[in-house]
Design a protein. Structure first.
Length: 441
């Protein structure tokens, strides 16, 4: 071992893509990790002279990027992948998903679904997710046990479920989960009202007060479809966004999911208020929900993050696919080939997602002092040759199967495509059992 400062891990990569600074690629650089933090980013030769690592990781044909942040998921629904396809949103929800959930939702369903999702996310380079589903206590405990970073939504909806029977019970149980997991290194909580059409004004008023008091995000499906907007105008006399403005929800706590139906004035209001938009382009395409104006939002100064949505409507948790689709669709929607360029797409999948969660000082870029949430992507495959631009290749040509290694808070969770603390055979068997149960008539 060379003489020098002792650190836990030294990762030597062909390329380091820190994301911040924007669009920068560092050739033949190393990232030094001490504990759960990034100690230094420097040329590999200098790192070898300066540090004595307990573990040295050589990545001669790889790009090292920040761990991807999935800004909108319903991860227990990974167990419903492919259950009901090729249907519009409300038929999909009312005729298929909600009846299936009534049959299946339980702590065991949530635990097994989260395990399946974490295995898939790690193998695709995702190190953090923004979660929104029932039994947040089970979700948070499972993410903590697996060492996966997650913002867990505290569900609020006006009808009874297996998790809670009344409005007060949703709030009381959710706040108990917030208190239980407060201070956890990898777990945060948000308020998770489902949507304007399933949550009352009284609940939204209480949510606004709690978000301010607890300083946590509000994770809300908003303007997902044209039908949602038309129904709201008829029932409330206003577009859902205007209703949220009147209720005081349009502020820098809001993570607005989907946002396919937007006026210029609404985009400007989002930018002024500091709203983050979780752009779920593939789910929007699959459910024919509409096109979020991602480039108009970005140019207006709105923080645009990327999410996959749940596997029941995507049908995967592939953030590499999401980056590529988001970039391509944004160009078509804007009628501008320069829209949502590769570096901006990568930023949306990393640092912008962290910012949406309020964690931009913690994760989302490779910077000294930040948590060592990292993803190594092997780029010597036939499919990613020749190499002119690393960032372009990552967004437009790379598949998630090229992710080789992943670290969360300095802990190696994926080593040369092998999961460190999850048994693939056990996960497959649980998924098979749930398929059999959900297929019963």
């Amino acid at each position: 071992m060379p003489s020098g400062n002792t650190i836990d891990t030294l990762i030597e990569a062909r390329w380091v893509v820190p994301v911040e600074r924007h669009g920068v690629v560092l050739e033949n650089h190393a990232v030094a990790i001490a504990g759960d933090r990034i100690e230094a980013i420097l040329p590999t030769a200098d790192a070898q002279a300066r540090y004595a690592p307990r573990e040295r990781v050589e990545l001669p044909e790889h790009a090292l990027i920040p761990g991807l942040v999935n800004a909108h998921t319903h991860n227990p629904m990974t167990l419903m992948r492919g259950l009901a396809d090729d249907l519009p949103l409300m038929r999909w929800l009312q005729d298929h998903i909600w009846p299936a959930e009534a049959k299946a939702i339980s702590p065991e369903f949530v635990r097994d679904g989260v395990e399946l999702a974490v295995a898939e996310m790690l193998r695709g380079g995702t190190t953090c997710c923004n979660e929104n589903y029932f039994f947040p206590d089970v979700q948070a405990a499972t993410y903590r046990r697996l060492g996966f970073r997650a913002m867990v939504g505290l569900p609020i909806i006006e009808f009874p479920s297996a998790w809670a029977q009344s409005r007060d019970e949703y709030f009381d149980k959710g706040l108990a989960v917030h208190d239980e997991f407060r201070g956890e290194a990898l777990i945060g909580t948000s308020l998770g009202p489902h949507a304007p059409y399933t949550v009352s004004d009284a609940s939204f008023e209480r949510i606004r007060v709690l978000a301010d008091q607890l300083d946590i995000p509000v994770h809300l499906h908003l303007h997902e479809t044209a039908q949602e907007v038309e129904d709201a105008k008829r029932e409330h006399g206003a577009r859902p966004f205007a209703r949220m403005q009147a209720l005081g929800l349009v502020n820098d706590h809001l993570i607005a999911v989907h946002m396919t139906q937007l006026t210029d004035a609404e985009i400007a209001a989002c930018a002024e208020a500091g709203v983050s938009v979780a752009h779920c382009v593939e789910s929007n395409l699959k459910l024919a929900s509409g096109f979020s104006p991602a480039e108009r939002l970005r140019r207006a100064g709105v923080n645009v993050a990327l999410g996959t949505d749940g596997c029941a409507s995507n049908n995967d948790l592939d953030m590499f696919g999401e980056m590529r689709t988001a970039a391509l669709v944004a160009k078509a929607v804007a009628n501008d080939a320069s829209a949502f360029d590769a570096a901006s797409a990568l930023r949306a999948a990393t640092l912008n997602g962290a910012k949406a969660l309020g964690w931009e000082a913690r994760i989302g870029s490779i910077e000294v002092g930040k948590a060592a949430d990292l993803c190594a992507v092997r780029l010597d495959a036939i499919e990613t040759q020749p190499m002119y631009s690393v960032i372009s290749q990552l967004v437009y040509a790379t598949g998630r199967h090229q992710v080789s290694d992943v670290w969360i808070a300095g802990v190696r969770k994926l080593r040369d495509r092998v999961l460190s603390n999850l048994d693939p055979n056990d996960i497959r068997e649980k998924a098979r059992r749930w398929r059999e149960r959900l297929s019963e008539r």
